[in-house]
Every structure is written in structure tokens, then in C-alpha cells.
Design a protein around this ligand. Structure first.
Ligand code: BGC
Length: 749
């Protein structure tokens, strides 16, 4: 059902307009029946649908319609596979149509600033480029089905603690380089139908009222033209939010908001054009979403379950595999230890919680694949009760000791990580690490399988166990997917989308997390994730981008071809690498390209991910992977010039398979217009000497040899020339003015 937006807008009363910019209830827009405007429905998001047809709640507490639970964001991001994520998005879109849901509330593309954020399982990565590319794929997939998305939570919403009031205090460069790029990429290339603002404030202003974020950056700069919806309950002043650029308040404050909007218009405090703009956007959204789908057209839930299983396997990261313990041998017995093998945990708690159509159980799947006679089981620990249980431990030790190989499944109980609160540590429960030590002593031929939504510390034991598989929260088919990977029916396709640090204390944001007095200072600036560990030269347990395969790969023949010019804004570099599967089975590898600015006038990360390609290859085959870097790949946000800037000089292009395994590199020289500021009286001696014309003028005008004395220059070089003119070194203020004048004249074209 479509309608003419302009016509409807011209017919609406003020009361109807004020109603339209608030929702009708928890999940619907307002209908205007007399003008043929229907209501449309939205639902969470992001890794499956939480469509509630009867009874409503906010937070995943009441049951929703059974839908496919796909791998959560931290899992699926580890696939580094945009194609696959597009496919998953398409399936979510099809299920949305089936439930008559017009907007899926996801993806969540906030950065993992700290591993403590309770909602990290719903976010993709610590790297903005990776999050942008993968979030874009999900948006494209869902929207390919004629269903909208809501990229969220815009912006700098990186913790749960005090999430409705806290102000994320972040400098603009950090926002532009770390916290906004994923949103920017998706807004520009994916045109998500809606954007959900964060609950928090950014630099003291609620996201829901933040004109700079919602209007100047999102719409004016990025050219995005959809609907901004509030996070559920993020609006505190409806009129200020409209002015800021927030179109749709959810859920509506029916008690106050419509009346406040009407009153603001009638009293002249709100421009009618501001309201009309938001109403027009709402009508456009409703007309796009109001297509009536055939709800009898059941999506093939079986096929979606199979897709979820494939996606989960593609997201599983084989962190370590000493002595090729995996895949499990075709013969011999396996002891499966750990309650999580029998009681799966495959998604996180809160608004993203899906009511799955079915759930694979790892123990059952593995038993079916290996045969009952080969598999034994012991729970080893309790999940709800995490106290030490010597009986469970004793059973596990004897079961492990009697088997050929041990599969020890460990993970985070649901209460350890959730929407709504943050973690205070990154440890596994102590009853599980105690179990691991005891089981290892009984049988060191052991594989640790991890199920957790956010990073756990492994440094205490990772060196002692031969194999570790990080499965994240892999959705309803995770049990089957893990069994597929353990047996070798599938290869572990994942690579880390976040660093596994040695300790929480290595994360700089820990110093400012979760903040106090309703402020959290992003004092670490750009340095989150691998950017921090690299800059601080820290060891990590497993680096960003890392993951092994059951086959081996070699990267060779890196070439970099430069094209375009910075001055024209079209600089690009085409990076090509040959990937060869040197092992004896098919597998996939992720070629990662990092860029390093070797001579920069500002502090920059040591290197940053700027491109990647996932390559699937049969044994013995090679393929040339080509990755194009655009000008932005070389740029930093200049705080002085308030724009993206590329500085002339040497850059190194690295290619490899993790942020710490970069066997190939090439130096390139980039030419660019100078970014240096004009020299003035307040420029320092160092700055004058660094400029060829400036240095020449000083040499000509200043006769005292002290101006070229090494020690003098080192001692006083950071002083502005204006200050140096006060000292008796033969430079007067008039003389300095003349030098500045001459320099300025020489510079003019
Ligand atoms: C969450 C959003 C979610 C919304 C609707 C909020 O609490 O932050 O991510 O989409 O609720 O359930």
C-alpha cells in the first residue's frame, strides 16, 4: 500500500503531525486512517528477529515469534566475509517480511572501546573499517528484501553503565577516525532506512538532541536522508530532539510529547518547517515499509538453520592447534567436558534475544558424528552455580583421563555479559579454570572450546593447552557448527575481529571506564584495540586478525600501484597479493592490508587496517587478491583544519594475515599539497628552520652565529620567535615583523 507523501503532508492537521513523529506503541508507527496512512512495525535485531505479536515488552523478557537466531555480531564479524553476512541479512529480511516487520533494528556498529562493555556481543569489532564493511553487508542483505534497517547506536555508545545519562567526552579527531567511520560508511553506501541514536550524550549533548551528530554530520555531510529513530526511551525533550534532527520517538511519551510539539509550534518556539521535514521523512518511511507481504509465504526455516550453521562455522576462530590435535582423529575416543556442551549458550541477553526455531546441542551433534561408543561426557562445572564442585570435577578428571582426546567446553554464563550492565573483569568463572587445570593434568591431549560473547582472558592457560577454538555466541546452530569444525566437516573460517589481550590492564580505556559523575572521558583517543597494543608495543595473547586454518597458506608478490592525486581528491592504491593454498585441503584465508604513515606531523596509530579480502581456495591453488585503497585510507582528521588530510611523505603498505603477521610490505611515496600553517611571529624557531624559505631568511637576516648553534637551537627552538625577540640575540620585534612580511610575500603565488 503506497500513498502520495506530498498530498498526505498537505492534508495533515497539526495534531496528526505531532502524533506521527511519535510512535503508536512499543513497535509501531502511528496510522492516519482517514488519509490511508497505515502503521508499520519494527522489531529487534540485529542477529535475528524478535517480533512480538502478542504481549509486548522491551528487553527480551517476553517470548517472541520463533525466528532463526543467527550468530551474534562478535561471531559473524569474525568471518570477515561480507558475502556471507549479506546472505544472512537476506534471510533476516525474508523472516521480517513473513512477520510483517518493516524495519529490523540493527546492525549495531559501535566500536569495542573496552572489552568490559556488556553489549560487546552485539557489536562487530574494535576496528572501524571492518565494522563498516561488515555492517554495510548486513544492511544491504536485509534491505535487498524490501525491509529497512536501523544502524545503531549513533554514536559513541560504548558502555552499558549509566547508558541513559552518561556523556561520552571525545575529541573530534577520535570521533571522526574511530567512532564515526562505520556509521559513515554505511550511511553513504548502504542508505539504511533508519538510524537509531544512542541513549548517551556526546560531549554533553544527548545524542537524541545532538544537532551536530544528527543533522550536520549525518545528513549534511554524509548525504543520508532516512529517519532518525530514538533508542527506546532516549528522548528527554521532544522539541529539542526535533530541532536536533530526531524524527521518530520510540517508544512514544504519549503523555507529553505530542502536546509539547503542538504547543511549541503554536507558540512559535518551533519552526513549522522543522516538524514538516520530520513528518515527511516519517511518511516516506511508512510508504516504503507499508508493502503488504504475504505472511503465509513461510520462510524456509530449515534452510535458514542450515545457513546459520554455515555462518557459525565460518565465524569460528581456531586460535591454536599445536600438533594438529584438530580436526579430531577419525578413530579413538573423545571426552566432552563442560556443561556448555549439553546446555548451549548461543546468544546474549536483552533486546536482541531471539526465540530460536530450534537449537543444536554440541554434545548431541558430536555424538551423532563420532558415534556413541566414541564419546563420553562429564559436566565438570555448574553454569548457574559457579561455586567449586568437587564431585563434578572428580567425574570430569576420570572421564578425561580415560579418553584419547578431551574437548573441554568453557564459556561465560549468561549473567556475566548482557545488555544493561558492563562486566567488571574479563575472567572465565574460577570453577571453569580450576576444572581446566585438573583435566589438563589428567589428559593433556586437549582442545579448549570457548563460548562467550566478549573477550575472556586466556593468558594464564593458553600457553599450556595444545588447541583453542573461539566460537563466540554462534546462534542457534552453533552446536552443529562447532561439531562440524571439530570433526573437520567444516574448516574454522574465522579470524579475530578483536584482540585477545594479555590482561585487562593492558587496555588504556580501562583508566576511564565507565567514568564517573555521568561523564566518561575517552582519554585514550584513537588508541583502542590493536591500535593501543601496537603503539604501546605490548604483547597480546592473540592479535587482531589472527586465526588458523586446517590448511596452510602463503602470501607472495605484493604489488602496489598508485593512481590519482591527493590534490584532486582521488588518490588510490591498488594492492595485489598472490594467495596460495599450500596445504592439502580446501580452506579460506583473509588477506589483510594495513597502512602506516611513516612521517606524520600528528600522532597516528602504528598501522591501521584499510582493506581485506576473504579468499576460498582448493588445495594447491593460487589466486590474486586485489584490494583498492582510496584516499581516505591514507588520511587523518586534522583537528586544525577540521577536515580529512593526507600529508606528503612515505607510507608503508603491509599485507598479511593478522595485525602482527605482516610478511609483505612496500614503501610508497605520496605527494600532497603542504599542510603546514603560514609562519608568523608566534611560530617557533624550530618551525621557522624547518621551512626552507624561513630558514633562508633567518640565515640572511640574523647575523649572530648563535642562531645556528646546535645547543642554542635545541634549548630555545620551541620558543615562538616573538618571545626570542625579547632576548638579546640580535633579533628585534621590528626585524621579526620584516622577516614575517618577507616570508609571506615570498609565499604568495
Ligand atoms: C536497545 C536497542 C533496541 C531497543 C528496542 C534498546 O534498549 O538499546 O538496541 O533496539 O531497545 O528493543
Amino acid at each position: 500500500m503506497t500513498f502520495d507523501v506530498d498530498h498526505v503532508l498537505s492534508q495533515l492537521t497539526l495534531a496528526e503531525k505531532a502524533a506521527l513523529v511519535s510512535g503508536a506503541d512499543l513497535w509501531h508507527t502511528v496510522a492516519v486512517e482517514r488519509l490511508g496512512v497505515p502503521a508499520i512495525m519494527c522489531s529487534d535485531g540485529p542477529h535475528g528477529l524478535r517480533a512480538q505479536l502478542e504481549g509486548q515488552d522491551h528487553g527480551g523478557l517476553l517470548a517472541s515469534q520463533p525466528a532463526t537466531c543467527f550468530p551474534t555480531a562478535s561471531a559473524i564479524a569474525s568471518s570477515w566475509d561480507a558475502e556471507l553476512i549479506r546472505e544472512v541479512g537476506g534471510a533476516i529480511g525474508r523472516e521480517a517480511r513473513h512477520f510483517n516487520v518493516s524495519v529490523v533494528l540493527g546492525p549495531g556498529v559501535n566500536m569495542k572501546r573496552s572489552p568490559l562493555c556488556g553489549r560487546n556481543f552485539e557489536y562487530l569489532s574494535e576496528d572501524p573499517y571492518l565494522a563498516g564493511e561488515l555492517g554495510l553487508a548486513l544492511v544491504e542483505g536485509v534491505q535487498s528484501q524490501g525491509v529497512g534497517t536501523s544502524m545503531k547506536h549513533y554514536a559513541a555508545n560504548n558502555q552499558e553503565d549509566d547508558r541513559l545519562r552518561v556523556s561520552s567526552d571525545v575529541d573530534e579527531r577520535t570521533l571522526r577516525e574511530i567512532y564515526l567511520p562505520a556509521f559513515e560508511r554505511i550511511a553513504k553506501a548502504g542508505a539504511p532506512w533508519t538510524v537509531m541514536c544512542g541513549y548517551n550524550k556526546v560531549n554533553g549533548v544527548y545524542c537524541s538532541e545532538n544537532h551536530w551528530l544528527l543533522t550536520e554530520v549525518l545528513r549534511d555531510e554524509w548525504g543520508w536522508d532516512g529517519v532518525v529513530v530514538s533508542d527506546w526511551g532516549a528522548v528527554h525533550d521532544r522539541v529539542a530532539a526535533l530541532r536536533g534532527g530526531l524524527d521518530w520517538e520510540m517508544p512514544p511519551n504519549l503523555e507529553r510529547s505530542p502536546a509539547a510539539v503542538e504547543e511549541a509550534i503554536l507558540s512559535g518556539q518551533l519552526e513549522p518547517a522543522v516538524l514538516d521535514t520530520s513528518v515527511r521523512r516519517m511518511l516516506t518511511l511508512i510508504s516504503r515499509g507499508a508493502v503488504v507481504h504475504d505472511t503465509n509465504d513461510e520462510p524456509t526455516f530449515d534452510a535458514h538453520h542450515a545457513l546459520s550453521r554455515r555462518a557459525s562455522a565460518a565465524s569460528i576462530v581456531l586460535l591454536k592447534n599445536d600438533g594438529n590435535v584438530l580436526p579430531l582423529a577419525a578413530e579413538g575416543t573423545a571426552a566432552v567436558i563442560g556443561e556448555f556442551a549439553r546446555t548451549p549458550r548461543f546468544q546474549g541477553a536483552g533486546s536482541s534475544q531471539v526465540n530460536p526455531t530450534r537449537v543444536d546441542v554440541l554434545l548431541d551433534e558430536l555424538t551423532a558424528m563420532l558415534g556413541e561408543h566414541r564419546v563420553s561426557f562429564a559436566a565438570g562445572y555448574g553454569i548457574d552455580d559457579t561455586s567449586n564442585d568437587d564431585t563434578l570435577l572428580g567425574e570430569a578428571v576420570s572421564t578425561a583421563g580415560a579418553a584419547g582426546v578431551v574437548v573441554c567446553v568453557l564459556g561465560l554464563p549468561a549473567v556475566y555479559e548482557s545488555e544493561g550492565y558492563d562486566r567488571t573483569h574479563i575472567e572465565l568463572p574460577a570453577n571453569q579454570t580450576r576444572l581446566l587445570t585438573a583435566v589438563m593434568a589428567a589428559n593433556p591431549n586437549l582442545v579448549v572450546v570457548l563460548v562467550n560473547g566478549s573477550v575472556v582472558r586466556m593468558s594464564e592457560w593458553a600457553g599450556n593447552v595444545p588447541a583453542i577454538v573461539e566460537c563466540w555466541l554462534g546462534g542457534q546452530a552453533a552446536g552443529g557448527a562447532i561439531a562440524d569444525v571439530l570433526t573437520g566437516a567444516s574448516e574454522p573460517g574465522g579470524r579475530l575481529a578483536e584482540t585477545i589481550p594479555v590482561a585487562l590492564e593492558d587496555i588504556p580505556s580501562t583508566l576511564n571506564f565507565p567514568g564517573d559523575a555521568q561523564h566518561v572521558r575517552y582519554g585514550e583517543g584513537l588508541f583502542i584495540g590493536y591500535r593501543a597494543h601496537d603503539r604501546l608495543a605490548q604483547q597480546v595473547t592473540f592479535p587482531f586478525g589472527h586465526g588458523l586454518s586446517y590448511t596452510t597458506f602463503e602470501l607472495t608478490d605484493l604489488t602496489v600501484e598508485q593512481g590519482g592525486r591527493v590534490a584532486d581528491g582521488d588518490l588510490r592504491a591498488t594492492v595485489s597479493v598472490t594467495v596460495t593454498n599450500t596445504g592439502n585441503r580446501a580452506g579460506s584465508q583473509v588477506v589483510q592490508v594495513y597502512v602506516s604513515d611513516n612521517q606524520s606531523s600528528v600522532v597516528r596509530p602504528v598501522r591501521e587496517l584499510k582493506g581485506f579480502a576473504k579468499v576460498h581456495l582448493d588445495a594447491g591453488l593460487s589466486e590474486r587478491a586485489t584490494i583498492t585503497l582510496d584516499q581516505r585510507a591514507f588520511a587523518f582528521w586534522s583537528s586544525k583544519r577540521r577536515t580529512w588530510s593526507v600529508e606528503a611523505g612515505d607510507f608503508t603498505i603491509f599485507a598479511g594475515t593478522s595485525s602482527r603477521d605482516l610478511p609483505l610490505s612496500q614503501l610508497i611515496m605520496i605527494e600532497a599539497p603542504s599542510l603546514s600553517e603560514p609562519l608568523t611571529q608566534m611560530s617557533t624557531l624550530h618551525e621557522w628552520r624547518a621551512d626552507p624559505t624561513g630558514k633562508q631568511l633567518l640565515d640572511e637576516r640574523l647575523r649572530n652565529p648563535i642562531w645556528n648553534d646546535e645547543h642554542f637551537v635545541a634549548l630555545l627552538g620551541t620558543m615562538p620567535m616573538d618571545t626570542l625577540a625579547n632576548f638579546n640575540f640580535g633579533l628585534t620585534h621590528d626585524g621579526l615583523d620584516a622577516i614575517v612580511e618577507q616570508w609571506t610575500g615570498a609565499r604568495l603565488p
